[in-house]
Write a protein that binds this ligand. Sequence first.
Ligand code: GLU
Length: 473
Amino acid sequence: MTVRVRMAPSPTGTLHVGTARAALFNWLYARHNHGVFMLRIDDTDRERSTQEFEEEILGSLRWLGLEWDEGVGVGGPHGSYRQSDRFDRYREVAHDLVRTGAAYYDDRPAEDLGALRTQAVAEGLHPAHFIRRPDPPRAEGAIRLAIPQDTPVVFDDLVRDRVSFEPEDLDDFVILRSDGTPTYHLASTVDDVDYEITHVARGEDLLPSTPKHILLTRAMGHTEPIYAHLPLLFGTDGRKLSKRHGATALSDYRSGGYLPEAVFNYLATLGWGLDAETTIFDREQAVAKFDLADVSKNPAAFDPEKLAWMNGEYVRALGAERFIELARPHVETAVGRTLTAEEWERFETIAPLVQERTHLLPEAGDQVLFLFGEIEGYDPDSWDKVMTRDEVPKVLDTAREALETVGDWTASVIETALRALPDRLGVGASRVFQPVRVAVTGSSVSPPLFESIAALGRDATLARITRARRELG
Ligand code: GLU
């Protein structure tokens, strides 16, 4: 049997990290089993579904490297993979179910049903006892599935093991509304049957829907797929993941300078892992080992700090050229303009040092801002960090003199010139280097000093020391 799994996003919002994690697990399961990963679009909610959200979702999944074999955008043997194209099919199924007696028309308004249900509960009876009418089917009205009363719905979930629902906990739920539109339950189940889905791996929030889907599938004369309900993601405080915990849209991580391979790795650790020790692993390793049956039942914590840390590991492992290529847009964004070829050469000389200090790509831009923009002004406190301010003018004067004698403007010659100064001035090294760093880069935090000065160039360096000296009086 070929494994056929699906991702079924509703284009009513951006792709949530929890949905991305579910997509990832489906993708891994398909790849591990040489099966089919399908993408369908659950857009029965015509009011809230938009083209923009759909594009955002598809773009985010592709960015994460979760290419699908069948579905929206790539096609496949099942015609359209968009629910809004399949309303006729859902209606046909609903009407078939009425014909076989598995479903029935109900034309009463929701308020009446609510009252009937309350009455039923008060009398210790199943709601169906009141809601199902003895009258013949009517031409109009919503269609409800009749829940079989004699037996519980039992299934073996790959993650949660045996799950059982009693019939009295299930309402005769609407499958087709009186306006002829299908509910999520009907559309999703018909699709899973028609598309021959073998395994449904989705968030645990959908567990209460699963007995309904199983009963619908059986009423259609089919056997249900195997289910795997994935534990939900929580924040590090144990509460349900929300914006309060940081960005929850995958695209925020994409635009925030995260690498897709790092996000992939991190999401794969939420409820699953390669083994007890390994934190960093690539997609091939994950594909080789992944099994839905190994997913943990426990809720997983989504920790943005851990993701940032992991991203740093991936950034530092990049080849030098790839780092430069990826950092480029972030550097230009920070600087606020495109850089010239000569400026890129300067960036390249310092790029490996920047790379070592980068967790998130936009940080690369901040670190080299001093190379390509004017220093807007010195923060008075930055001078005071290592020495009293009266000492600074003398240090800067001496540093300027030393740098003026540098012939070959390279990091090592600059270093030799500046390293002679602490002894000459009778102070510790940081008391010399830190003020020079502030004068040249505008900040007490920068890439290593000698390399920064080399990349900035002689004229700009000397001009900045002169300016800082002037501002200090
Ligand atoms: N469109 C549904 C959702 O986004 C799909 C749920 C399912 O996987 O069945 O929640």
